[in-house]
Design a protein around this ligand. Structure first.
Ligand code: ZN
Length: 432
């Protein structure tokens, strides 16, 4: 199995840590001197960059949150003047301010290099024809994968997302061997192929790189058996780098982290203490080489665990388990962030229902659907069918107006949802 960058992907632990420390000190300096937000934070904590003398000293540094980035909209968090920025990407931010990320030329080169590593780990080589079914635009999926695949020397088809029939046609005619996209899109593609009567044998596909949303083992197994490919998971955060932070090798025993560019900690989301290796907790990531938007201890809210045991593939980089849940109370459905707090608030304003609810997310034929279970108030239960239908409609409309997504609504009898506590308001059946 080829390794794209043996020098860094097979580096010994002491050498890796030494390199990480040097780069951390550089990043801390850059952030402190060029980003007023970090300068203020350092003053509040009464620290200076020189306080970072070991890797453990990262714990002295302030956390960065998504809200910090939103407050800095659009360019406040950049550490370089705009003339150094050669690319700008942004999150969607339908209901809140988006996060804007600026990349310098070096940032883009690193990005391509790290995605090339992720692709190579999944088994992609220059002999592959890579079909990229991510959006090309402000969203980083398409461009991120594109330049990595080109760097690797593969033949890249920037087909982008949508028009699935054409996508399948291209996959057949252009003899694509690698597919890049979200797992749910792959499932959708499979169901359409069924409908069109195209057998997987009509394709040349042999490997898939899936990201952008959690992929359960069940979904992975389905994609692998139906398409006859190896399906790998990869990880990133668009505010830092996505894709490119980590990716699975063909052994699929954890995602190899590009540790020479990212320092990853696992913390207890309640106490904020760093947890020992192997513990499950929230990933906190510090960038080590980013110039445009350096980030100290970014709280991802993604839950994972990390091991530094070398992998049988020969890479010595630490590995993280696939991310399948988040610490904050939020679920992403069809790219829309759904917060239980918002649902609760809108139910308070609707007559005849209690603010008792549960959010159930399922994936059917590759599409995510959200069902909202809502408790009726006691006086409503024996009422007419017509009024219940109207009530369901009202809830649907309110949720659509606030969240931007139309749920299915199921009204349930009073007191049925009493047992549903804050920890299980969301039942995500996509991840099993
Ligand atoms: Zn490996």
């Amino acid at each position: 199995m080829p390794i794209w960058n043996k020098e860094y992907e097979r580096m010994g632990r002491p050498e890796t840590q030494q390199l990480q420390l040097e780069r951390l000190q550089m990043t801390v300096n850059r952030a402190y001197r060029n980003v007023p937000f970090y300068h203020r934070k350092f003053e509040q904590l009464n620290i200076v960059p020189e306080d970072v003398q070991s890797l453990e000293d990262v714990r002295k540094l302030p956390f960065t949150t998504k809200d910090d980035l939103r407050d800095g909209y659009p360019y406040e968090m950049f550490a370089v003047p705009m003339r150094e920025v050669v690319r700008i990407h942004s999150s969607s931010g339908a209901t809140s301010k988006p996060i804007v990320v600026g990349y310098t030329r070096n940032d883009l080169e690193h990005w391509a290099e790290l995605v090339a590593r992720v692709m190579s780990a999944a088994g992609v080589t220059r002999d592959d024809v890579v079909q990229i079914a991510f959006d090309y635009g402000l969203f980083t999926g398409g461009f991120g994968m594109h330049y990595g695949a080109e760097k690797l020397g593969a033949s890249v088809i920037p087909v982008s997302s949508g028009n699935t029939e054409r996508q399948i046609q291209i996959m057949q005619d252009f003899r694509s061997t690698a597919l890049v996209g979200t797992p749910s899109y792959a499932i959708y593609m499979i169901s359409l192929m069924d409908k069109l009567g195209i057998p997987p044998a009509a394709l040349c596909l042999r490997v898939g790189l899936f990201g952008g949303e959690p992929m359960s083992e069940k979904t992975r197994a389905e994609i692998e058996s139906r398409l006859g490919i190896i399906a790998t998971d990869n990880y990133g955060i668009s505010a830092l780098m996505w894709p490119g932070i980590a990716g699975e090798c063909e052994l699929k025993e954890g995602l190899h982290i590009n540790e020479d560019h990212f320092l990853v900690e696992v913390i207890d989301p309640d106490t904020l203490e760093v947890l020992p290796e192997g513990s499950e907790g929230e990933l906190v990531i510090t960038t080590l080489t980013k110039e445009g938007l350096p980030m100290l201890r970014y709280r991802t809210h993604d839950v994972s665990r990390i091991t530094t045991e070398p992998c049988k593939c020969g890479r010595t980089t630490a590995r993280m388990s696939p991310v399948r849940k988040r610490t904050d109370d939020m679920v992403i459905v069809r790219g829309v962030n759904v917060y239980p707090a918002e649902i609760k608030a809108l139910l308070y304003d609707i007559e005849h229902v209690e603010p008792q609810y549960q959010i159930v997310v399922v994936r059917e034929n590759g599409l995510d659907n959200l069902t909202l279970l809502v408790e009726l108030s006691a006086e409503m239960i024996s009422d007419q069918m017509q009024r219940l239908v109207e009530l369901e409609e009202t809830i649907k409309q309110r949720v659509h107006a606030v969240v931007g997504l139309t749920p299915r609504v199921r009204l349930v009898e009073p007191k049925t949802l009493e047992h549903v506590g804050p920890g299980n308001r969301i039942l995500d059946k996509r991840v099993e």
